[in-house]
Design a protein around this ligand. Sequence first.
Ligand code: BEZ
Length: 199
Amino acid sequence: MLLHHNPASPFVRMVRVLAHETGQADDIEESVATILPIERHAATSDANPLGRIPTLVTDDGEAIFDSRVICAYLANRAGNTEIHPSTNFRVMTLFALAQGLCDSAVNLRYETGLRPEALQWDQWINRQRERIGIVLDDLNANWQDDLSAVHVGSIGVAAALGYLDFRYPDLGWRDGRDGLAAFYESFSQRPSMQATVPG
Ligand code: BEZ
């Protein structure tokens, strides 16, 4: 299998962590794509008309995307329903929450790191920051039990928190969120996380 990816992306990290956790990392070759939201990336676009990462091309040449579908594919390939319990709607909702947190964090990065300053939209930036804060509070208050197992929900949250540390080291997301900080401290020690540190 070939994974079109960029190691900075939290969506890619979810996929790579799940691949490690299910013993499939060695089955995946990786092709690094530097994706800009305003430019077509040829190799990725040849595999996926959306031109987005992560895109996984199977050994049969079939392209699978986005990160949610790749996680489902890899879990199914490994015969592991615990890591992707598709009828456990609590876990799948936690996965969706993590995906949304990553959406806001990456959107914020594009707006503040790539968009020319004169074109930046303060209200939109503020709304992304607000959403990030509200989701972090919710994760800290309401999801601790669910985060204690290894599945797409906890993997997604860990990937999102790792991305916040990577792109927003001064955000202080741990402040007042001891439970969430403890979860990340422990989860980030897993070999799957150590092998996929963003960079
Ligand atoms: C980043 O550099 O922050 C990034 C790169 C690819 C996808 C998402 C984020």
